[in-house]
Ligand binder design. Structure first.
Ligand SMILES: [Zn+2]
Length: 258
C-alpha cells in the first residue's frame, strides 16, 4: 500500500490509501473532496470508499460532496457516530478489503466522540501497518473528551491502540505536533525523547513538511497520554492510577495556553 497526505482546511489532513496491485484507493476524512478527487486523478487510482473517523464537520463535512463527485463511492463511518452521508456503518472489529492486498480493521476508539473509529490498515507487501486515528490519538497528544470519559480515552489509547504492533505508523487528523510536544514538556521536563522530537518537528514545519506519521513506539516514548501506565509519570503528575493520571493531564492541557 501507498499513503499520501492531503492537507485540508487550516491544519487537517486527509489521506489517500492506495492498493498498488489494483489501483484502488480509499480516502480518510476528505474534508475538501475536490482535493481528494484531484489527488486520486494525479496518482491514476480509482476512489472506492471514504473512511470517516468521526462526525465533526472538519472530518465528515465533505462526505455529501464526494458522493456527488464520485457517485459509486461508499462512505464508512461509526455505527453510533451519526456520520453525514454514511452508506456503510461499521463497528469495532469490522473488516473491509481495499483491492486485493490491503485490509482495513475498524477499531472503536471513543471519547472524543462516542462512535469514533480508528482504521488499522495492513498490506501484504511486508510494509509496516498504519493506523488512522482521527482526533483520538494525535502525535504527542489526544483529542478533547467531548462525548466520553477519561476511562474511555484510556481504553482507546492505551488498550486498543496501545496493543497494536510497535512499528505501526500513526496518521492522525491534525498537524498539532509542535504544540503537543511543547505541552508534553511541561508534564515531563526531563524527557529527552520529547525534546529531540520537538526540535525535529519544528524543523519539519520550517521546511513545510508534515510531522506525520509517527509510530506507536514513538508515541509510547513521547506522548504523555500514552504513558499514563508508568508509575514514574503517575508520581510526577501526583496521581495513583492510569485513568486518574490521564484525566489530570487532559485537564491541564485544556487550560494550557502555550
Ligand atoms: Zn473532532
Amino acid at each position: 500500500m501507498k499513503i499520501h497526505h492531503i492537507p485540508c482546511l487550516e491544519d487537517n489532513y486527509a489521506y489517500l490509501i492506495i492498493d498498488e496491485g489494483t489501483g484502488e484507493a480509499a480516502v480518510v476524512d476528505p474534508a475538501e473532496p475536490e482535493k481528494a478527487v484531484k489527488a486520486a486523478q494525479e496518482h491514476g487510482v480509482d476512489l472506492k470508499f471514504v473512511l470517516t473517523t468521526h462526525h465533526h464537520w472538519d472530518h465528515a463535512g465533505g462526505n455529501e460532496k464526494i458522493k456527488q463527485l464520485v457517485p459509486e463511492i461508499k462512505v464508512y463511518g461509526g455505527s453510533i457516530d451519526n456520520v453525514k452521508a454514511c452508506t456503510d456503518k461499521v463497528e469495532n472489529g469490522d473488516k473491509v478489503s481495499l483491492g486485493k492486498d490491503t485490509d482495513i480493521l475498524c477499531l472503536h476508539t471513543p471519547s472524543h466522540t462516542k462512535g469514533h473509529i480508528s482504521y488499522y490498515v495492513t498490506g501484504k507487501g511486508g510494509e509496516d501497518p498504519a493506523v488512522f486515528t482521527g482526533d483520538t490519538l494525535f502525535i504527542a497528544g489526544c483529542g478533547k473528551l467531548f462525548e466520553g470519559t477519561a476511562e474511555q480515552m484510556y481504553q482507546s489509547l492505551c488498550v486498543t491502540l496501545g496493543s497494536l504492533p510497535k512499528p505501526t505508523r500513526v496518521y492522525c487528523g491534525h498537524e498539532y505536533t509542535v504544540k503537543n510536544l511543547l505541552f508534553a514538556l511541561t508534564v515531563e521536563q526531563e524527557n529527552v525523547k520529547i525534546k529531540q522530537k520537538l526540535s525535529w518537528a519544528q524543523q519539519q514545519l520550517e521546511k513545510g513538511l508534515p510531522t506525520i506519521p509517527s509510530t506507536i513506539e514513538e508515541e509510547m516514548e513521547t506522548n504523555p497520554f500514552m504513558r499514563v501506565n508508568l508509575p514514574e509519570l503517575q508520581e510526577i503528575v501526583g496521581c495513583k492510577s492510569p485513568v486518574e493520571c490521564l484525566r489530570e493531564i487532559r485537564q491541564r492541557k485544556d487550560k494550557w495556553r502555550g
